[in-house]
Design a protein around this ligand. Structure first.
Ligand code: IMO
Ligand code: MG
Length: 428
């Protein structure tokens, strides 16, 4: 059975949780492939809204096997807490949740170093989620990280943690931070690891077994393509490949096994954290896009609660994303938020260096200076109907999503007009 991948096409928070949950209904296995607890995938079930940070979105589907793949950097303390907070809301995860023995751990010192690095950037921080992501991937690349297989032997693990913690405390002190208390830190970390040890598995073997057995596998990407360390707005990115290529290296499934790449695109643009954002809207329009109130469909980061920066849809960025991922199925989310506008703007090119381009520049100085070239489309100015099919949407709404599909040269699979499972229109 072919494998499907799901990726974000913007700066994260595209609604991947909702679509992952939708696709998980027809998946036997759901795999998180990269990133860590910087993600916040919101899934709205009949029991309420949940923000998943490390646990794959398939966890709400009783029959789905859930895998935290080798490409993830997983914080044991966070993961133990997340599982605890889900108790009662999810079917028993034992025997169906697995953590790759090759995945790296985010350690307490990684979080401390992430915060110190941001503070050292002064007025120009990256705006990270402070989850220790970059320091954990730095240790991975430096070949000095802790992988989950290191936790199989509790005694050896504790011994090495004590040694590295002492070293890291010297670094933390030198950077002007406060050393982490030894006993508390080691006890919390080892306690979390003890509770998670039963989940550690050779997930490469496990996934290949499921693949050979014809099971349907969904690779759940996190973040978005514009946050990809190679293809995004470097250095205002995260520290992993958030693209479909990252789904391959982060799971151990071969590239040719992936038959469908689901690209998730919010019908406008948001970003949380610093960095270029050519179509960022002035305050009034941004406030409308951000939405008032407190429900989970609002533009406040699920992971950190920070308000999102909001703006018009940027199809230059989205097409770059669709290309590098090889998107075959497009899922457009949050169309309902646009119902309040008379006119809608979409950027189809950037004016820069005396010319126009519809390719995404690599240098953020160009992105900072460029002027978006907009197409203006009429709004529909009415509440979207509770429909099951895209054909039932008002004509102006249909035109809007069709223009997106045409520009990205990708087939539209679904259009979401609310956070609930039922608030989804399909093309077929
Ligand atoms: P999901 O999966 C939105 C952003 C941070 C920051 C940059 C680097 O929910 O879409 P990091 O903590 O990764 O070192 O921060 O990346 N970022 C996200 N923004 N959604 C996410 O995940 C994000 N994960 C990281 O805000 O700008
Ligand atoms: Mg999110």
């Amino acid at each position: 059975m072919p494998v499907s991948a799901l990726v974000g096409l913007q700066w994260g928070d595209e609604g991947k949780g909702k679509i992952a949950d939708l696709l998980a209904e027809k998946a036997d296995v759901v795999v998180r492939c990269q990133g860590g607890s910087n993600a916040g995938h919101t899934v709205v079930t009949d029991n309420g809204a949940f923000s998943l940070r490390l646990v794959p979105s398939g966890i709400f589907r009783e029959n789905a096997v859930c895998v935290i793949g080798n490409g993830v950097v997983a914080d044991p303390i966070h993961l133990a807490g997340e599982l605890k907070s889900l108790e009662g809301a999810i079917p028993d995860p034992s025997g169906r949740l697995f953590i790759s023995d090759r995945a790296h751990m985010v350690m307490p010192w990684h979080k401390a170093l992430d915060i110190l690095a941001e503070e050292h950037l002064g007025q120009k921080p990256i705006g990270t989620t402070r989850q220790g992501i970059a320091p954990a991937y730095m240790d991975k690349a430096k070949r000095s990280g802790f992988r989950w297989h290191h936790a199989r032997n509790a005694g050896e693990f504790r011994k090495r943690v004590l040694i590295i913690l002492a070293e890291m405390n010297i670094v933390i002190n030198a950077l002007g931070g406060t050393a982490l208390p030894e006993k508390e830190t080691v006890d919390a970390l080892c306690g979390a690891v003890d509770s998670l040890r039963p989940y550690i598995a050779d997930t490469v073997s496990l996934l290949h077994g499921h693949h050979r057995a014809g099971k349907r596998i969904l690779l759940e990407g996190a973040q978005g393509t514009m946050l990809d360390i190679d293809f995004g707005t470097y250095p205002f990115v995260t520290s992993s490949n958030t693209t479909s290529g990252g789904c391959v290296t982060g799971s151990g499934l071969p590239p040719a096994s992936i038959a469908e790449v689901h690209g998730i695109l919010k019908s406008f643009t948001t970003r949380v954290g610093a960095g270029p954002f050519p179509t960022e809207a002035p305050d009034a329009a941004a406030a409308l896009l951000r939405g008032a109130g407190t429900n989970r469909w609002d533009e406040f980061a699920a992971a950190t609660g920070r308000p999102h920066r909001c703006g018009w849809l940027d199809l230059v960025a989205a097409r770059h994303s669709a290309r590098v991922n090889g998107v075959t199925r497009l899922h457009i989310t949050k169309l309902d938020i646009l119902s309040q506008f008379d006119e809608l703007r979409i950027a189809v090119a950037y004016r820069m260096r005396g010319g126009e381009t519809s390719d995404l520049p690599s240098d953020i100085r160009d992105l900072d200076r460029c002027e978006p070239v907009y197409e203006t489309l009429p709004g529909w100015k009415k509440q979207l109907p509770a429909c099951k099919s895209v054909a039932e949407l008002p004509e102006a709404a249909r035109n809007y999503v069709e223009r997106i599909g045409e520009f990205l040269e990708a087939d539209i699979a679904t259009v979401s007009y609310g956070p609930g499972r039922g608030q989804t229109a399909f093309t077929a």
